[in-house]
Design a protein around this ligand. Structure first.
Ligand code: UD1
Ligand code: UDP
Length: 400
């Protein structure tokens, strides 16, 4: 074998191009996968990126695709009003079966804990395709809280070949379950990558309600609720507590971008509709939402992603849940779990509105979730795993 033939042989073997398919379907997955999709596009000689959306969410997903200029290669368009977990799972599995049969990617990347995530992992496994799990290893250790996300994330972890854990805590959870250390990469959370690209103190809202709020003289409480286990009475308790707050604090206004789920909307409208200082608005695009969070005084939410974003903007968060898979900011003191009981929600909110020291203590900017470089680490790890790069990514370290 002469030298040039030998070198060509080596290069051909080493520099195989890999097909990487991202699969996602809801708003938070899209926000957190967008930085990964954009990063994958930076390596056209090594990676063929393919984007498949299940569209478990429709309009809430499309807003994010538009913002980050992502044009999916496949759109399964599965969303239906009032969809059940069975609807989402079966429609996503059937759609993905066809796409995976056709494209045969080397690896499928799924994100987090939704039913799209689990269906994406399971469909890939049935096709014997490798799975990379972005935002791996978060656990509450309670299979019904959050429901069904705790189990979605765990089952996806059981299938995954590569685990992109956002934090050391998440990595520790995976190791405790026996996951091979060589398959875990601590990357930071991509939500911080997305946030860095989005918050701007000069931002102008195109939404008239938001542009006209007197941010200088009013304290804004930003509220979101959507968790399945909170639907119905738990949410009603929360809204009644908020009504009490609005009656007792005249310098407070509530901005509540209401999730599209009709089961959320109905109770919100019953309890908080028609109050002048409660602004019930449609879900916001990610850019105005992040910038509104930046201007809010306090955040009340049952969201997962918002628990990660608000601390990095120095906003205290009261979490309307009994458990969290994101203990880092709770430990740091910027996030507090308060559940959904009316009295507790009222008292904890009142405490932060009246006790300046407590507010300041919680309002410390804290960044346990990322440094804005998570997507870069994830793509580097994939290239390293497939022998397309010799560079192993560094690990995300808090405060570095
Ligand atoms: C889903 C995820 C949850 C994630 C949340 C983020 C599951 C089981 N749940 O919950 O993990 O935290 O997304 O928001 O995977 N709808 C619209 N337009 C949209 C989106 C939703 O009309 O763009 C309505 C539809 O009636 C839909 C309903 O909301 O049937 C519920 O959507 P679904 O995805 O089933 O549940 P989420 O509560 O959004
Ligand atoms: N978000 C948004 N518009 C809104 C409310 C939330 O863009 O009106 C963003 C928020 O910044 C975060 C993500 O949506 O990045 C969180 O989504 P959600 O609370 O629906 O889901 P979870 O994170 O609980 O899975």
């Amino acid at each position: 074998m002469n030298l040039s033939f030998f070198m060509m042989y080596e290069v051909m073997n080493m520099k195989k191009k890999i097909k990487v398919m991202t699969v996602f379907g809801t708003r938070p997955e899209a926000i957190k996968m967008a930085p990964v999709v954009l990063e994958l596009e930076k390596y056209p000689d090594l990676i063929t990126p393919i984007v498949t959306v299940t569209a478990q969410h429709r309009d809430m997903l499309d807003q994010v695709l538009h913002l980050f200029n992502i044009k999916p290669d496949y759109d399964l368009n599965i969303m239906a009003q009032g969809q059940t977990l069975f609807d989402i799972t079966t429609k996503a599995m059937n759609g993905l079966n066809e796409v995976l049969s056709k494209e045969k990617p080397d690896i499928v990347l799924v994100h987090g804990d939704t039913t799209t995530t689990f269906a994406g992992a399971l469909a890939s496994y049935y096709h014997e395709i490798s799975v990379g799990h972005v935002e791996a290893g978060l656990r509450t250790f309670n299979k019904y809280s959050p429901f069904p996300e705790e189990m979605n994330r765990k089952l996806t972890g059981a299938i995954a070949d590569l685990h992109f854990a956002p934090t050391e805590t998440a990595s520790g959870n995976l190791k405790a379950e026996g996951v091979d250390c060589a398959k875990i990469f601590v990357t930071g959370n991509t939500v911080i990558d997305a946030l860095h690209k989005t918050v701007d103190s000069e931002f102008k809202f195109s939404n008239e309600v938001l542009e006209n709020i007197d941010y200088e003289n009013k304290r804004i409480i930003l509220v979101t609720t959507h968790r399945r286990e909170n639907l119905g009475e738990p949410m009603r308790h929360v809204y009644k507590a908020l009504k009490d707050i609005i009656e007792d604090f005249k310098d407070v206004e509530i901005v509540f971008p209401v999730h599209k789920n009709p089961k959320v909307r109905e109770v919100v409208n019953e309890e908080l509709g028609g109050i002048e200082t409660v602004h019930l608005i449609d879900p916001l695009d990610y850019e105005p939402f992040a910038n509104l969070m930046h201007r809010a005084y306090l955040v009340l939410t049952d969201s997962g992603g918002i628990q990660e974003e608000a601390p990095s903007l120095g906003k205290p968060v009261l979490v309307l849940r009994d458990t969290t898979e994101r203990p880092e900011a709770v430990k740091a003191g910027t996030v507090k779990l308060i559940g959904t009981q009316r009295d507790r929600v009222y008292e904890e909110t009142k405490y932060l509105l009246t006790d300046h020291d407590e507010y300041q203590r919680m309002a410390n900017t804290c960044n346990p979730y990322g440094d804005g470089k998570a997507a870069g680490r994830i793509v580097k790890a994939i290239l390293y795993y497939y022998g397309l790069s010799e560079e192993k990514p560094d690990s995300f370290v808090v405060g570095k």
